[in-house]
Write a protein that binds this ligand. Structure first.
Ligand SMILES: Nc1ncnc2c1ncn2[C@@H]1O[C@H](COP(=O)(O)OP(=O)(O)OP(=O)(O)O)[C@@H](O)[C@H]1O
Ligand SMILES: [Mg+2]
Length: 273
């Protein structure tokens, strides 16, 4: 059997303290290349901590992994030295953080920020960086890429800013995108557009996605597989159809019960023109 692109095996972690606060209790999760997996669960269940541990974004003196492994394309991420980890982050694995304003530097123009990413990972700068960035923004259905590239993040609407964040994430053609509630701050129409953009970009580039959300409706629309998390562990997982049609865990049923029937679309979400 082909190896999964991402395989988390019985990951356990705790936050420092006296006593330490156990946050993950044996999380196992795997994603195939090109697949979109949902990670869903109530607030505080450990979804963001899981994503941040994949990229080693948490200070190990604050959050310590006590057991388990994270493998990406066969690489043991927890054992990887700092420099190769830095090269991988943003290039092979991209991250869209939960707090949209944290994704970009507020005092640097969008074009400059995208150029910095291209320069760091692909040694591309100047005009070529500009052309690539503009082309990607166009693929993200931004009508006037040059204006966006010249803007500071705070000058953009929420929807445009989220497109800039997605451009930042897709810039180096990552094999895996970790998207932590990327649409929560957006209104419903823009949410649907951004979900479709993620799906479209992922399909065209072949990237796999770990999509973190509270929203079962979003999982239903977007994800091939789903992992349901509760209190630091995965309580149920499988093909989205199977889990949502016939949830085994009472907890999954309760998440589904919160979803009005009319919000469970069976057709793909529309692309807003
Ligand atoms: N820096 C930290 N120090 C101590 N505890 C933390 C820290 N960050 C997160 N936690 C705790 O770890 C647990 C999991 O947090 P996490 O952010 O992963 O939740 P989440 O599932 O992403 O929730 P949400 O849906 O609200 O984003 C929570 O109980 C949280 O209080
Ligand atoms: Mg979170």
């Amino acid at each position: 059997m082909a190896e999964h692109l991402l395989a988390i095996d019985r990951l356990a972690a705790e936050f420092a303290g006296d006593p330490p606060a156990r946050v993950l209790h044996g999380v196992s999760l795997a994603i195939e290349r090109g697949a979109i997996a949902g990670l869903v669960g109530e607030s505080g269940s450990g979804k963001s901590v899981t994503a941040k541990l994949i990229l080693r974004l948490l200070d190990p003196t604050l959050c310590r992994v006590t057991e388990g492994a994270i493998r990406f394309d066969g690489i043991d991420l927890l054992a990887l030295a700092a420099e190769p980890m830095r090269r991988l982050r943003g290039k092979r694995i991209a991250y869209v953080p939960q707090e949209p304003m944290n994704a970009m530097n507020p005092s640097v123009r969008i074009g400059k920020q995208l150029e910095m990413v291209l320069r760091e990972h692909l040694a591309i700068g100047g005009r070529e960086a500009r052309t690539r960035s503009a082309a990607l923004l166009e693929k993200l259905h931004v009508r006037d890429p040059e204006r966006i590239l010249a803007a500071y993040p705070f000058q953009l609407s929420g929807g445009l800013r989220q497109r800039a964040v997605l451009a930042n994430a897709f810039l180096c053609d990552p094999e895996l995108l970790l998207a932590d509630e990327p649409t929560t701050a957006l209104d419903v129409t823009v949410q649907a557009e951004v979900l479709e953009l993620i799906r479209e970009r992922a399909r065209e580039s072949g990237a796999a996605v770990l999509f973190i959300t509270h929203n079962m409706g979003v999982v239903w629309r977007l994800c091939h597989t789903v992992f349901v998390m509760r209190r630091g562990t995965i309580v149920e997982h499988g093909a989205t159809e199977a889990v949502l049609e016939d949830p085994r865990e009472a907890y999954t049923r309760s998440l589904l019960a919160a979803l009005p029937e009319r919000n469970r679309p069976r057709t793909p979400i529309p692309v807003a023109s």
